[in-house]
Design a protein around this ligand. Structure first.
Ligand code: PHE
Length: 340
């Protein structure tokens, strides 16, 4: 009878491992383990044996039963894995995605606005010679006007004619560089770059960005400058925004102005946010004849205007952006940056 039990075991395992569906497995379970199943037939036969033979058979039947139970469980698991529900039309899981830094977004927006009126975006060195940053801009060495720009100097040997290397304190270094590149006007330049000054407080960081406009052609007047200022104000802040110029002093422009934009909260009426109705954003003026000469352009034939403003400055004045501390823009605090 022992041999028959072995045969039963082998047969059961062979059938179970071939079973292809849950129904077949259930069928096999009943055939072998059911109340009227094959195992129970042996149990009945065993009852007729005696002594050690009976004990032997009992053990063997139990083992066989366990093997069959295990085989059924394994096969059910195999089957379940093979047929696990897979919806191939389900969308995949998106990895976390970043976005452009708010200042990069502002730079792109400013670029698009000026491209709309024919400006060409350029970039010039952010470490540049004294010549382009100061001397060519009508600020000879030791001129007191240089003190306004709290300059970082580079510890390197200086150029025989262009002088020391500095971290650019303004994007105005692009003015003469652009005149050298284009040579013959018209020039419509938009230079956006990093600037550096020895400063650090809630509205100033040692590194910041400026955008510089330079237009040179025959017959360029303050009217063109004013028109450009108003155009930018409307495009960047909304249709009701206005600009205003106030007399000022820069060595590289004559006359020179400070430029204000009307407050987006009170439209120039004056409120808690702006006090006067206006926000100062930067400088502008008519390019000084000495600067045109330094760039190889004849001031008798051509005139031009230039302006230079802080990207952070114009950006933080946008409606809905009450940013009274610009330093977090340059932190790595994602919770802050993700809001933009
Ligand atoms: N470079 C000046 C500044 O940094 C701004 C300016 C640019 C003024 C062009 C006049 C013309 O303050």
């Amino acid at each position: 009878m022992q041999e028959q039990i072995n045969n039963l075991k082998n047969e059961a395992i062979a059938l179970i491992t071939q079973a292809g569906s849950a129904n077949e497995l259930e069928e096999l379970r009943r055939t072998y383990l059911g109340r009227k199943g094959k195992i129970n037939e042996f149990v009945k036969l065993m009852a007729e044996a005696t002594g050690t033979e009976r004990a032997q058979l009992g053990k063997s039947i139990n083992e066989t039963k366990q093997v069959i139970v295990q085989a059924l469980t394994d096969q059910a698991e195999n089957y379940r894995q093979q047929t696990a529900w897979l919806d191939v039309t389900q969308p995949g899981k998106l990895p976390p995605m970043g976005h452009l830094h708010p200042i990069t977004q502002a730079i792109e927006e400013i670029t698009r606005i000026f491209e709309g009126i024919g400006f060409t975006r350029v970039r010039y060195p952010e470490i540049d010679y004294d010549w382009y940053v100061f001397t060519a801009l009508n600020m000879p060495p030791k001129h007191p006007a240089r003190d306004e720009w709290e300059t970082f100097f580079i510890d390197a040997s200086s150029h025989p004619s262009k002088g020391e290397l500095v971290l650019t304190t303004h994007t105005s270094n692009g003015q003469v560089r652009e005149m050298e590149r284009v040579k013959i006007p018209p020039i419509r330049m938009l230079n956006i770059g990093k600037c550096y000054r020895r400063q650090q407080d809630v509205t100033h960081t040692a590194m910041f960005h400026q955008f510089e406009g330079l237009v040179i052609d025959s017959g360029i007047t303050i009217q063109h400058l004013k028109g450009t200022l108003n155009y930018f104000a409307r495009k960047f802040y909304g249709p009701q925004a206005k600009s205003r110029i106030r007399p000022f002093m820069f060595k590289f422009t004559e006359p020179s102005f400070e430029v204000d934009f009307s407050c987006v909260h009170c439209n120039g009426e004056g409120c808690r946010f702006c006090k006067s109705g206006w926000h100062e954003v930067g400088g502008a003026g008519m390019v000084h004849p000495n600067v045109l000469k330094a760039g190889g352009i004849d001031p008798e034939k051509y005139t031009g205007f230039a302006f230079g403003w802080g990207v952070e400055r114009v950006y933080t004045l946008k409606p809905g952006l009450h940013l009274d501390d610009i330093r977090p823009l340059y932190s790595t605090n994602l919770e802050f940056l993700e809001q933009f």
